[in-house]
Design a protein around this ligand. Structure first.
Ligand SMILES: [Zn+2]
Length: 232
C-alpha cells in the first residue's frame, strides 16, 4: 500500500516536471529569434529589466513613417546595458517627480539589417535626411545606445507632445518650442510635457536630439564608433 502511494506520487511528480518543461519551452518560443539573438549578444530586454517601463515598438507595426512593418519578428525592446542603466535611472526620477506617469519606448536597439530596410525605403526621397545611411555606419539605434521615447499614464495612454512620434518637420524640433507655442503649432501643455521628458532623460544621462523630441542618445556618435559595435 505504502509503495503504491510512493509510486503514485512519483508519477505525479514526473507529470508535473513534464508539464513544467512543455510550459517553459512554449514560453521561450514566444520570444522572437531576433530577441534571442540580441540577448545572446549581451543586449538587455527593457521590460525584463524594468517592467514599469511601457514598450510599443513602432516599426513592428505598419503605422510608422515608412508605412510598412520593418521588424518582422521583433516585438521586444533591447538596449546596450549602459543605456539600460541610464533608462532605469530616468524612469526612477520620473516616478519620483510624477508617480502617475511612466516612460513609453517606441524604438530602441535596431539591427543594421533593419536600418538597411528603412534606408532603402526613404533613399532618393525628401525623408532621407531623417534616416542614418548604413553605408556611413548607421546611427545610434544601431549600437543599442539610443531610444525613441515618450511619456504615458500608468494605463499606457500617451501624453500630448505636440506631434506624432515620427513626425518629420519643424514642429518636432526642440529648439524653438516657445515659438511653436506662440504660433499655435504645439500647445503649452505639449511644451511642458516635452520639457519633463527631457528633464528625466537628461537626469538618466541621455542627450536629446535637436530635430526629434522623442529621440535620445546615451553617448556621442564619435564615442559609439570608438568603443561600441554595431548590431549586425
Ligand atoms: Zn530615434
Amino acid at each position: 500500500m505504502m509503495m503504491k502511494k510512493i509510486f503514485q506520487r512519483l508519477q505525479m511528480g514526473s507529470l508535473l516536471l513534464l508539464f513544467g518543461c512543455v510550459f517553459s519551452v512554449s514560453a521561450a518560443d514566444k520570444e522572437s529569434a531576433t530577441a534571442r539573438r540580441l540577448a545572446r549578444e549581451g543586449y538587455v530586454n527593457i521590460q525584463k529589466e524594468d517592467p514599469s517601463i511601457h514598450v510599443s515598438l513602432m516599426y513592428s507595426r505598419a503605422d510608422n513613417f515608412c508605412g510598412v512593418v520593418l521588424y518582422d519578428d521583433l516585438k521586444e525592446a533591447f538596449l546596450h546595458p549602459e543605456a539600460m542603466a541610464a533608462l532605469k535611472k530616468a524612469q526612477a526620477y520620473l516616478k519620483q517627480l510624477r508617480p502617475d506617469l511612466s516612460l513609453k519606448v517606441y524604438d530602441a536597439a535596431r539591427p543594421m539589417r533593419i536600418q538597411q530596410k528603412m534606408w532603402d525605403k526613404v533613399k532618393h526621397t525628401n525623408k532621407d535626411i531623417y534616416v542614418s545611411n548604413p553605408a556611413h555606419g548607421g546611427g545610434m539605434h544601431n549600437y543599442g545606445m539610443a531610444v525613441d521615447i515618450t511619456l504615458c499614464t500608468l494605463k499606457g495612454d500617451t501624453l500630448d507632445m505636440g506631434t506624432k512620434i515620427d513626425y518629420m518637420g519643424m514642429a518636432a524640433h526642440i529648439d524653438h518650442e516657445d515659438r511653436l507655442v506662440s504660433e499655435k503649432k504645439i500647445s503649452p501643455k505639449a511644451r511642458e510635457n516635452r520639457q519633463l521628458l527631457r528633464k528625466v532623460m537628461r537626469h538618466g544621462g541621455f542627450i536629446p536630439l535637436r530635430t526629434e523630441w522623442w529621440h535620445f542618445n546615451k553617448c556621442s556618435r564619435a564615442t559609439a564608433k570608438k568603443y561600441y559595435k554595431v548590431i549586425p
